[in-house]
Design a protein around this ligand. Structure first.
Ligand code: FO1
Length: 315
């Protein structure tokens, strides 16, 4: 981007965050941007190690994501899933025929002893990506969702049970012992860091796992780089996914300002969509009200530019 000097870290979950990550790759060079994806949605399924948020971001950066579904690859076929179902196998987690190759290859690389970071780098290279996408940690962290039916793994809650059970809380198994990605900590300590962007992902299950990794929140607060979050809630609804439903079940108002309060004093700036302009005056954090719905590459690019421009005016 002409004129934006310095480095930027983007923290992201799946779909919503992936769109802004794509916009940031339009306006920042590869050595200016580090995209850090949540891995607490990951799980083992059918003998495969599956990293949905890494894949949503990776496919979005490669412009190969299926924009209808929000996850997986465009132009998919489902032969393997149909055959699996015919055999009586678990087909509730839909793995497209092309997407399967990613899971097969990642699982083999991990079994061969590659770290999740190495595996991600190899997959990104194979997709022709130049910008850096890393997992938040190479150690396992797993979101467990407390529901009235007991604790569920994230994908069991989100996909198999279709977010239907009432949520009473979350915990991130492994978070106490997981080490944050070394590259993330290096960039947080880098005095060329000019902004930390929290992408419009679910604050509870996509962003919090990253923030709760040992030392991450403290390093963000110690950095002079402003922390700017983009609201994942627009007009009281999540643009995609269960964030609004979760907030209600956690007896939090499903509103853009409630998300800002959730992030608390971590934020130096907050970006909300124009439909939520009426909330701006009640926010204590400096905020900007702009169009945040990203339906085209141009709008992803525009939002990225607006967020970076906003960050320039924050200390
Ligand atoms: N989400 C669904 O709602 N249904 C699915 O069958 C499904 C399959 C799937 C396969 C690979 C992958 O990378 C993601 C997939 N997702 C599916 C999305 C996944 O549940 C993610 O965790 C969400 O995108 C939230 O991050």
């Amino acid at each position: 981007m002409a004129g934006f000097d310095g480095k930027v870290i983007a923290l992201t979950g799946g779909v919503g965050g992936a769109k802004l990550a794509r916009g940031l790759t339009e306006v920042l060079s590869p050595d200016q941007l580090l995209i850090v994806a949540n891995t607490a949605d990951d799980f083992e399924h059918l003998g495969l190690s599956i990293s949905p948020d890494l894949d949503s971001v990776m496919y979005a950066l490669a412009d190969q994501n299926d924009t209808e579904r929000g996850w997986g690859l465009a132009g998919e076929s489902w032969q393997a899933m149909e055959s699996l179902k015919a055999l009586g196998g678990d087909d509730w987690f839909r793995l497209g025929d092309k997407d399967l190759a990613t899971h097969l290859w990642r699982s083999q690389l991990l079994r061969d002893g590659h770290s999740l970071s190495d595996t991600t780098r190899l997959l990104c290279q194979a997709l022709g990506l130049h910008h850096r996408l890393i997992p938040m940690s190479d150690d396992p962290v797993r979101t467990l969702v407390a529901t009235e039916r007991g604790e569920l793994g994230f994908q069991h809650y989100f996909v198999r049970e279709q977010c239907e059970p009432k949520v009473s809380g979350f915990r991130f198994a492994g978070i106490e012992t997981a080490s944050p990605a070394a590259e993330l900590m290096d960039w947080l300590a880098d005095d060329r860091l000019a902004a930390i962007v929290i992408c419009p992902s679910n604050p509870f299950v996509s962003v919090d796992p990253i923030l709760q990794l040992q030392g991450v929140r403290a390093a963000m607060q110690a950095s002079p780089a402003p922390v700017v979050a983009v609201s994942p809630i627009v007009g009281g609804m999540a643009v995609k996914g269960p964030a609004a439903k979760m907030m209600e079940e956690l007896s939090m108002p499903a509103s853009a300002d409630a998300v800002a309060q959730w992030y608390g004093d971590l934020l130096n700036g907050y970006v909300m969509d124009i439909v939520d302009r009426n909330l701006a005056s009640s926010l204590s954090v400096p905020n900007k009200v702009i169009p945040t719905l990203m339906s085209s590459l141009a709008s992803k690019r525009k939002l990225a530019l607006d967020v970076l421009d906003f960050s320039r005016h924050l200390n």
